[in-house]
Design a protein around this ligand. Sequence first.
Ligand SMILES: Cc1cc2nc3c(=O)[nH]c(=O)nc-3n(C[C@H](O)[C@H](O)[C@H](O)COP(=O)(O)OP(=O)(O)OC[C@H]3O[C@@H](n4cnc5c(N)ncnc54)[C@H](O)[C@@H]3O)c2cc1C
Length: 500
Amino acid sequence: MNANLPVDKIRPLQSVARFDYETDVLVCGYGGAGAAAALEAALAGAQVLVLERASAGGGATAMSSCEMYLGGSGGTALQKATGFEDSTENMAAYLREALGPLGDDERIRCYAEGAAAHFDWAESLGVPYKRAAFLERTVVPLTDESLLFTGNEKSHPFNRVAAPVPRGHVPSREGDEGGQLFMNAIMARVSEAGAEVLADTRLLALLRDEQGAICGAVAKRENREICIRAHRGVVLTTGGFVMNQEMTRQYLPEINQYAVPYGSSNDIGDGIVLGLAAGGQVINMDQAFLSFPLYPPAKLTYGVLLNARGERYINEDAYLARLAWYSCQQPGQKFYLLVQEEDYAASDYLERAPVVATGDTIAEVAAEAPFPAGKLEQTVSYFNQYAAQGEDPLFHKAAEWLKPLSKPPYALVEYSANEMRAVIVPGSAGPLMFTLGGLKTRTTGEVLDVSDRPIPGLYAAGRATAGLPRSGKGYASGMSVGDATFFGRRAGQAVAARSI
Ligand SMILES: Cc1cc2nc3c(=O)[nH]c(=O)nc-3n(C[C@H](O)[C@H](O)[C@H](O)COP(=O)(O)OP(=O)(O)OC[C@H]3O[C@@H](n4cnc5c(N)ncnc54)[C@H](O)[C@@H]3O)c2cc1C
């Protein structure tokens, strides 16, 4: 794959002798964010042209389950129909806790206020959502329910600041095809709205006028450069940069050594690089989603996760992204699950994780385990003492997942990051990663320069930006597609309304 863009990434408008296309709005990248931006701009009456490097639209959004993290406003229509209430304050409180100091308060507020209506919008596109919830601990329901918990809502410390409510909204279809269902529906609406799409066309450079506004682009199509004039502006929706080794080495040097890139092959950061060249600011570039899908089966949650010192380091009922983040903070990225026979099963997602020690007593397991002498016995004895009372003073694992490890035999399973990488099963094992950093934008999608001033005519959304999800350890599934489509729509509305 050629990751290099030309040297002259920003070209003067005057350098173009003839335009191959003229449009009001140029959208670059036809995944979730791009489709949402194109649709809103076209519905607002703008002439819209979309460029897509691949042979068809979809991007990582089509590969995804299309879980969208939605709630607030008393509850989405789906939450309400399944008996859940969710105030905007409750959702915002959860998001603030999840994103911590990296979170953007204005964006959180904007999203929490609009997320329930965003669900209505997604459904209005023709995406099917069944009024049914799947409430077991899982990654994605393989049956046809549409609502599930996709974050840390029920676990510490989140259950102390916000009432737990399921917010993962996933298109209804048996299997895991939500992303394709969503993209098929929205691409049909984009085409009905009159937007033109040029596939097999790679954005190469941006055009800037004498006043400093972005006013078009140069792209490569059928092996030649084409020039496009965009009178109202350009929206960058080219996705993240997880497939660009140079960038992941630069911005995520540690994670890059053990995590497996997860995304579309065109996630090489073209929009981010061009936005930077236009004077844009990038933020949050050192943050990534990581995945440790230990469960399902949910009963593995009764076990205890241990690092190479034989110490617990997290409440095991945390969400898979948080499990991954904390696990990868452990020395050597080595981590183990100690589980008793009645709760043991192979993880659905992490195949071939090796059992490294077994025993009818904890001492027998300890004799085979790679921990300092006496440590496993001490850790388990302390855990058992409190688990018997439904307590976990160290990490506050919820009482529903607490029981003493007292029914032998026991097994110690190794899930070290490098082991996972070595045994990766395509599309299933971890730790997988995608990037959470990119161009800094306003909630309208306007790209900001290093002085936080908007660059006229330049907009962005989705993983080309630092959007709503900014932290791997607080990530909830659905935050990325939810963010990309929600703020993609806002960028489309804003660019269409730009006065020229
Ligand atoms: C298997 C999988 C499952 C996932 N499941 C979920 C989930 O359920 N919920 C969730 O929130 N997140 C999920 N994610 C993450 C999520 O899918 C992405 O982060 C999100 O869809 C990104 O949307 P986007 O519009 O920014 O980018 P994309 O959907 O990737 O769209 C970007 C588009 O831009 C195109 N492009 C790139 N460069 C150029 C260029 N120079 N010129 C023209 N076109 C270009 C690409 O080909 C692509 O079509 C998942 C990711 C994967 C890989």
